[in-house]
Write a protein that binds this ligand. Sequence first.
Ligand code: NAP
Length: 283
Amino acid sequence: MEARTWRPTKRSCIMDTTGPASRRGAGEAGMIHTVFLGVLFGELLLGLFFLLLSLLFPLPYGRHTRSGWGPTWPAWRAWRVMALPAASMLVVMYAVSGRSLFDPAMVFLLLWEAHYAYRLFFYPHLAPERSRSGFPTLFVPAVVLFHVANGFINGYYLFQLPFAYGPSSFLSVRPLCGLAVFGSGLVLHMWSDRILRDVRPEGPGRYGIPRRGPFRLVSCPNYLGEILQWIGWAVLTWSLPGLAFAWVTFAVLLPRAVSHHRWYRRSFGDYPENRRALIPFLL
Ligand SMILES: NC(=O)c1ccc[n+]([C@@H]2O[C@H](COP(=O)([O-])OP(=O)(O)OC[C@H]3O[C@@H](n4cnc5c(N)ncnc54)[C@H](OP(=O)(O)O)[C@@H]3O)[C@@H](O)[C@H]2O)c1
């Protein structure tokens, strides 16, 4: 059984084209829909671009910082600023959709905000404070723009399109699997960040070998957690925008996990032999 139904509402002028005002509304709605499709397609291409680029050159922040990228911000502050538009955009899309606070679609908004609340309010305290890592200031507006675009396509699809959600949108097998993957990804992500906090040896900008919990299996369980979260989101929402976000996350974090893993092996003679980069026992 389909877990959601397409139910035109007064606000869904895409469907209602009678009368001049509605025709104008339909025109606007058609234009927004075209922008949505363009951004969605662009995001899918962006993932491919990032995958190829970052396989060749690790993005120049954190341990892979290189000179020549101009001034930098402390990484934890950059993450906070970059998370803000991501968190706000979905709220805005919900607010302008005309859905009530008690619409079941609110569940999507709350899950999204759970991730960004963590990123905004908790992560900056967990990120090792003596991080030497600079995040190139140049990249901040680009990431902000990405988050605005990504929030727009996800919010448009989930809240603006006239889908009616009900209990089966969340309580049937597929959405429950998506929820479980999203939730376990978030827990893995938070657990890994917590371990990383205690790993840094005394002295700014130094790195240690994380040895506890999920780090016994992979070098970057925090990345694995984040990838799982957005795969879970894509399965739960069963949407192309959700898939596009999972794809971009994977395309950025998989090559970066491989670069981190190689860096650990180069930097520490006693780095555990059987540990993989991102996927336990495989990669
Ligand atoms: N959705 C997406 O597309 C996307 C893309 C990129 C990142 N992210 C997320 O953003 C967050 C930050 O990314 P990141 O690339 O900065 O993660 P990271 O390289 O794992 O670093 C996370 C924090 O832990 C510190 N750290 C890592 N390994 C350490 C070690 N062995 N010893 C001491 N300190 C260590 C880092 O310090 P330094 O800063 O000094 O290295 C940094 O403060 C992650 O949660 C990631 O999942 C998401």
